[in-house]
Design a protein around this ligand. Structure first.
Ligand code: NAP
Length: 254
């Protein structure tokens, strides 16, 4: 018996990025509405019991399907089953979306520069935001920074290039900065985010300064990265966003 808070969806596609990373799409129930940056609670039925986890939506609010990006947690009750999904399998999605990592939370400063800083699967909500026209209309500069351990873990490269081409005529300019920390990869930076911020290297590569009067900075991913990067941003004068005011908004993605 499934809780009435949940709706049934069917798996449409599955994409494997690496041994531990995969993404999947499911049918979108007509009534499921969300804002780019929000997450859904997804359930999988195991021995008659629904196991539920939170997943940020990767797809845009305009898409007819819902896409999610997952890591396989070793021996994890949920992801170790989820990784064996087959096309047509049923998953359950809670009727309402969750989360406040959305651009609507920013009132002051007004939108100008948007920094989206992610590690690992934390890039998911940013891929959704980048497919929302409003993001491109509201901002002048968008900087997407995506840190992973190895080149193979850099997912969604083609999608990011496709998004950049699709919105090429919009006023905003997108700069994508990949970081690969455990391999040297041409075209990618090689240090952790807090170091790159403290040294000024990130600003140099982005050709843009963090600025208390202009910057909206969103952090999503590894909780320790979120904590350390937050501190490095505060050290250069940025403030946490509270009740609409301030620069930094965060979400732990584990
Ligand atoms: P990760 O350890 O989160 O690393 C991803 C990127 O974040 C790497 O570039 C890493 O740099 C960087 N990073 C890590 N700590 C940082 C910090 N304090 N400051 C700045 N950057 C930092 O790798 P992952 O593959 O995404 O996840 C690793 C493990 O986390 C998995 O084995 C999994 O068990 C768990 N996880 C769980 C969930 C969940 O939903 N339960 C989701 C994601 C991950 P370095 O290479 O320098 O470490």
């Amino acid at each position: 018996m499934i809780d009435e808070k949940f709706l049934a969806t069917q798996v449409i596609s599955i994409h494997t990025w690496s041994d531990t990373l995969f993404s999947f799409t499911v049918t979108r129930p007509d009534s499921f509405r969300f804002t780019a940056g929000q997450f859904a609670r997804i359930g999988i039925l195991v021995d008659g019991e629904l196991i539920v986890r939170a997943y940020s939506v990767v797809s845009s609010p305009y898409d007819e399907y819902l896409e999610f990006f997952s890591i396989v947690v070793p021996d994890g009750a949920f992801t170790s089953r989820l990784q064996h999904l087959q096309l047509g399998d049923t998953l359950y999605i809670e009727k309402v979306p969750y989360g406040f990592l959305t651009l609507a939370r920013y009132q002051q400063p007004a939108p100008q520069d948007l920094w989206l800083l992610a590690t690992g699967t934390g890039v998911a909500p940013f891929i959704s935001m980048l497919q929302d026209f409003k993001t491109w209309e509201d901002y002048q500069h968008i900087i997407l920074v995506y840190s992973v351990r190895t080149a193979q873990e850099l997912a969604y490269q083609d999608k990011i290039a496709e998004i950049k081409a699709l919105f090429a005529d919009e006023p905003a300019k997108l700069t994508f900065i990949p970081i690969v920390t455990r391999e040297v990869v041409q075209g990618a930076l090689n240090q952790r985010l807090p170091q790159l911020i403290a040294s000024g290297e990130l600003e140099r590569v982005a050709e843009l300064k963090f600025d208390v009067t202009r910057s909206h900075v969103m952090l999503c991913g590894n909780p320790q990265m979120v904590e350390d990067t937050k501190e490095s941003l505060k050290a250069i004068g940025l403030t946490m966003n509270r009740r609409g005011e301030g620069n930094i908004a965060v979400e732990n993605y584990w």
